[in-house]
Write a protein that binds this ligand. Structure first.
Ligand code: ZN
Length: 60
């Protein structure tokens, strides 16, 4: 699965173990913002654009 920075839309691959270890909190390596990865999970790999563009928040 993947998570996506809500500020700069950079996607990161993340495992369930990593999520658990970090309690969902991750820091974006691009813009340094800390966000809850659990709130921004996606199954869409970064190299395959989401079919609906940036509506991942709404349609999951
Ligand atoms: Zn970011």
């Amino acid at each position: 699965m993947y998570t996506q920075c809500p500020l700069c839309d950079t996607q990161y691959r993340i495992s369930a173990a990593e999520l658990k270890a970090a309690l969902g909190k991750v820091r974006c390596a691009h813009c340094q913002s800390v966000f809850n990865a659990l709130s921004h999970l996606t199954d869409t790999p970064p190299e395959i654009p989401h079919p609906h563009g940036k509506c991942y928040r709404a349609c999951g």
